[in-house]
Ligand binder design. Structure first.
Ligand SMILES: [Fe+2]
Ligand SMILES: [Fe+2]
Length: 157
Protein backbone atom coordinates (compact mmCIF):
# COMPACT_ATOMS: atom_id res chain seq x y z
CA UNK A 1 0.00 0.00 0.00
CA UNK A 2 1.27 3.48 -0.83
CA UNK A 3 1.48 5.96 2.02
CA UNK A 4 -1.33 8.47 2.54
CA UNK A 5 1.18 11.23 1.92
CA UNK A 6 2.12 9.75 -1.46
CA UNK A 7 -1.51 9.17 -2.43
CA UNK A 8 -2.50 12.74 -1.57
CA UNK A 9 0.48 14.18 -3.45
CA UNK A 10 -0.40 12.02 -6.45
CA UNK A 11 -3.88 13.57 -6.48
CA UNK A 12 -2.32 17.05 -6.69
CA UNK A 13 -0.38 15.97 -9.79
CA UNK A 14 -3.42 14.39 -11.46
CA UNK A 15 -5.59 17.45 -10.83
CA UNK A 16 -2.90 19.77 -12.23
CA UNK A 17 -2.57 17.55 -15.31
CA UNK A 18 -6.32 17.77 -16.03
CA UNK A 19 -6.34 21.56 -15.85
CA UNK A 20 -3.16 21.74 -17.95
CA UNK A 21 -4.75 19.49 -20.62
CA UNK A 22 -7.71 21.88 -20.84
CA UNK A 23 -5.35 24.87 -21.12
CA UNK A 24 -3.31 23.14 -23.85
CA UNK A 25 -6.49 22.65 -25.92
CA UNK A 26 -7.55 26.21 -25.26
CA UNK A 27 -4.18 27.48 -26.48
CA UNK A 28 -5.03 25.82 -29.81
CA UNK A 29 -8.47 27.45 -29.82
CA UNK A 30 -10.34 24.30 -28.73
CA UNK A 31 -12.75 24.36 -25.79
CA UNK A 32 -13.13 20.79 -24.47
CA UNK A 33 -14.62 21.06 -20.97
CA UNK A 34 -14.20 17.39 -20.07
CA UNK A 35 -10.67 17.34 -18.59
CA UNK A 36 -11.43 20.52 -16.63
CA UNK A 37 -14.73 19.25 -15.23
CA UNK A 38 -13.10 15.93 -14.30
CA UNK A 39 -10.29 17.82 -12.56
CA UNK A 40 -12.88 19.89 -10.64
CA UNK A 41 -14.69 16.77 -9.49
CA UNK A 42 -11.36 15.39 -8.28
CA UNK A 43 -10.36 18.67 -6.61
CA UNK A 44 -13.68 19.06 -4.79
CA UNK A 45 -13.36 15.49 -3.54
CA UNK A 46 -9.73 16.09 -2.55
CA UNK A 47 -10.70 19.20 -0.57
CA UNK A 48 -13.55 17.27 1.05
CA UNK A 49 -11.35 14.43 2.23
CA UNK A 50 -8.73 16.83 3.57
CA UNK A 51 -11.26 18.88 5.52
CA UNK A 52 -13.25 15.90 6.80
CA UNK A 53 -10.65 13.14 7.33
CA UNK A 54 -7.26 14.82 7.65
CA UNK A 55 -7.27 18.39 8.95
CA UNK A 56 -9.26 17.89 12.20
CA UNK A 57 -6.64 15.53 13.67
CA UNK A 58 -3.74 17.66 12.48
CA UNK A 59 -5.30 20.78 13.93
CA UNK A 60 -5.82 18.97 17.21
CA UNK A 61 -2.19 17.95 17.34
CA UNK A 62 -1.24 21.64 17.42
CA UNK A 63 -0.84 22.77 13.81
CA UNK A 64 -3.62 25.34 14.16
CA UNK A 65 -2.38 28.22 12.00
CA UNK A 66 -1.17 26.16 9.03
CA UNK A 67 -4.53 24.35 8.90
CA UNK A 68 -6.38 27.69 8.98
CA UNK A 69 -4.29 28.91 6.05
CA UNK A 70 -5.11 25.71 4.12
CA UNK A 71 -8.84 26.15 4.81
CA UNK A 72 -8.76 29.75 3.63
CA UNK A 73 -6.94 28.77 0.44
CA UNK A 74 -9.49 26.02 -0.22
CA UNK A 75 -12.08 28.83 -0.26
CA UNK A 76 -10.10 30.60 -2.99
CA UNK A 77 -9.78 27.40 -5.04
CA UNK A 78 -13.49 26.68 -4.61
CA UNK A 79 -14.42 30.18 -5.78
CA UNK A 80 -12.20 29.89 -8.86
CA UNK A 81 -13.79 26.53 -9.75
CA UNK A 82 -17.26 28.09 -9.43
CA UNK A 83 -16.24 31.00 -11.66
CA UNK A 84 -14.82 28.66 -14.31
CA UNK A 85 -17.88 26.38 -14.19
CA UNK A 86 -20.15 29.38 -14.78
CA UNK A 87 -17.94 30.55 -17.65
CA UNK A 88 -18.17 27.11 -19.28
CA UNK A 89 -21.94 26.99 -18.89
CA UNK A 90 -22.60 30.46 -20.30
CA UNK A 91 -19.88 30.58 -22.94
CA UNK A 92 -21.70 32.98 -25.23
CA UNK A 93 -19.38 35.90 -24.62
CA UNK A 94 -16.96 36.59 -27.44
CA UNK A 95 -13.87 36.67 -25.21
CA UNK A 96 -14.73 33.53 -23.22
CA UNK A 97 -11.54 31.77 -24.38
CA UNK A 98 -9.35 34.58 -23.02
CA UNK A 99 -11.21 34.74 -19.72
CA UNK A 100 -11.10 30.94 -19.33
CA UNK A 101 -7.38 30.97 -20.04
CA UNK A 102 -6.54 33.72 -17.56
CA UNK A 103 -8.78 32.20 -14.86
CA UNK A 104 -7.25 28.73 -15.38
CA UNK A 105 -3.79 30.26 -15.02
CA UNK A 106 -4.96 31.95 -11.82
CA UNK A 107 -6.24 28.58 -10.55
CA UNK A 108 -2.98 26.80 -11.44
CA UNK A 109 -1.04 29.54 -9.61
CA UNK A 110 -3.29 29.25 -6.54
CA UNK A 111 -2.90 25.46 -6.57
CA UNK A 112 0.87 25.77 -6.78
CA UNK A 113 0.91 28.18 -3.81
CA UNK A 114 -1.34 25.86 -1.84
CA UNK A 115 0.27 22.52 -2.66
CA UNK A 116 3.81 23.78 -2.17
CA UNK A 117 2.94 24.48 1.49
CA UNK A 118 0.55 21.61 2.08
CA UNK A 119 2.92 18.90 0.84
CA UNK A 120 5.89 19.70 3.13
CA UNK A 121 4.02 21.13 6.15
CA UNK A 122 0.72 19.24 6.42
CA UNK A 123 1.08 15.90 4.66
CA UNK A 124 3.94 14.46 6.77
CA UNK A 125 1.46 14.60 9.69
CA UNK A 126 -0.85 12.14 7.91
CA UNK A 127 1.55 9.43 9.07
CA UNK A 128 1.81 10.60 12.69
CA UNK A 129 -1.36 12.43 13.77
CA UNK A 130 -4.15 10.11 12.62
CA UNK A 131 -5.36 7.21 14.73
CA UNK A 132 -5.10 3.85 13.02
CA UNK A 133 -8.85 3.92 12.49
CA UNK A 134 -8.86 7.43 11.00
CA UNK A 135 -5.99 6.51 8.68
CA UNK A 136 -7.94 3.44 7.52
CA UNK A 137 -11.07 5.57 6.92
CA UNK A 138 -9.04 8.02 4.84
CA UNK A 139 -7.41 5.21 2.86
CA UNK A 140 -10.87 3.73 2.13
CA UNK A 141 -12.23 7.08 1.05
CA UNK A 142 -9.24 7.66 -1.24
CA UNK A 143 -10.13 4.45 -3.05
CA UNK A 144 -13.89 4.63 -3.36
CA UNK A 145 -15.32 7.76 -1.71
CA UNK A 146 -17.35 10.52 -3.34
CA UNK A 147 -18.15 14.04 -2.21
CA UNK A 148 -21.62 14.27 -0.64
CA UNK A 149 -24.13 16.18 -2.77
CA UNK A 150 -24.25 19.87 -1.96
CA UNK A 151 -21.14 19.82 0.22
CA UNK A 152 -19.04 23.02 0.15
CA UNK A 153 -15.67 23.63 1.74
CA UNK A 154 -15.63 25.40 5.11
CA UNK A 155 -14.52 28.77 3.71
CA UNK A 156 -17.22 28.73 0.98
CA UNK A 157 -20.18 28.17 3.31
FE1 LIG B 1 -5.64 21.34 0.41
FE1 LIG C 1 -4.17 18.71 -1.05
Amino acid sequence: MVSLQAALTREHRDIDAGIEAFVADLDRGVIDPEPLLNAFEALRRHIYLEEEFLFPAIRQSGLVMPVLVMLREHGTLWQLMDTLTELLEGNDRADVGDVLLSTCRELLGALDQHNSKEEPIIYPHAATDLTEEAAADLADFLETGTTPDGWACEAAR
